[in-house]
Write a protein that binds this ligand. Structure first.
Ligand code: NAD
Length: 255
């Protein structure tokens, strides 16, 4: 296998589960030193150990990415272990699928904190080192929900729309310092998050049956397919790709 991330230090939030786990594994296999930032109760420690046992370099730095103090500590732990972070994948995120009029203020604040504020906190902590290192790549996991409205997902869609503009505005502000910032926008994925989303939407009467998913995107996306798209954005192959939205949705949004 080619080693497309040799010499890079990657921090992946939500890197212990779902597509974040797939990215931790793929980025490590491509030669990156990987800092997995995920909740303390996650599988992060075991994932890092497994990667090290396979001959890669990885550490687990636990944090709730919506908490500034925990984020600062986790970023420092990764920098102390591996040096400046040159690839940041802002991937951690949570689902909200609830009728708009039943959405509580607490739920609104929590989803916006985990899906949006986290990108602000983690990127702000990582950027000084990335700039000092001469540049890097930031990948923000958005969704088709950043451009497509789904009933019961006003809150989730709002959070993903914010991810788009976060990635684009960062790209413009930091382009002259060698930083690229892009959004990756998957369709429905076969992960805990995606399967829970399908179950919850079905409960609320939204048609996300196998037939409806097949009609919109052929089949469920695999976590490895999101990781492969993120790998492109992380690698120097994407050296002139900046401020873009890369849809990994098999044409869902192309119609
Ligand atoms: P997942 O639920 O399988 O994994 C998410 C990971 O993030 C878990 O390891 C979890 O522990 C971690 N995490 C959750 N909250 C956290 C927090 N506060 N701090 C640190 N880590 C936290 O999910 P996934 O399918 O990989 O999805 C994650 C991202 O992908 C989200 O941003 C989501 O919006 C986006 N996404 C998912 C789908 C889908 O269908 N699964 C589609 C489009 C976009």
């Amino acid at each position: 296998m080619t080693r497309r991330l040799s010499g890079k230090v990657a921090l992946i939030t939500g890197g212990a589960g779902g597509c974040g786990l797939a990215a931790s594994e793929r980025f490590a296999a491509e030669g990156a030193k990987v800092g997995i930032v995920d909740l303390p109760r996650s599988d992060g420690e075991a994932v890092a150990q497994r990667l090290c046992d396979a001959g890669h370099q990885a550490i687990f730095a636990p944090a709730d990415v919506s908490d500034a103090g925990q984020v600062e500590q986790a970023v420092k732990a990764v920098e102390d272990a591996f040096g400046a972070i040159t690839v940041l994948m802002n991937h951690a995120g949570i689902l909200a699928a609830v009728p708009f009029l039943e959405t509580s203020e607490e739920e609104w604040d929590r989803v916006m904190a985990v899906n949006v504020k986290s990108m602000f906190l983690v990127s702000k902590a990582v950027l000084p080192g990335m700039i000092a290192a001469g540049g890097g790549s930031i990948i923000c996991t958005s969704s088709i929900s950043g451009v497509v409205g789904t009933p019961m997902e006003v809150l989730y869609c709002t959070s993903k729309g914010a991810c788009h503009m976060f990635a684009r505005a960062l790209a413009v502000e930091f382009r002259d310092r060698g930083i690229r910032s892009n959004a990756i926008c998957p369709g429905f994925i076969a992960t805990a998050h995606g399967l829970r989303e399908i179950e919850t939407l079905t409960r609320h009467g939204v048609d996300v049956s196998e037939a409806a998913i097949a009609s919109a995107q052929g089949r469920l996306c695999k976590p490895e397919e999101v990781a492969a798209a993120a790998l492109f954005l992380a690698s120097d192959d994407a050296s002139f790709v900046n401020g873009a939205q890369l849809f990994a949705d098999n044409g869902y949004t192309a119609i």
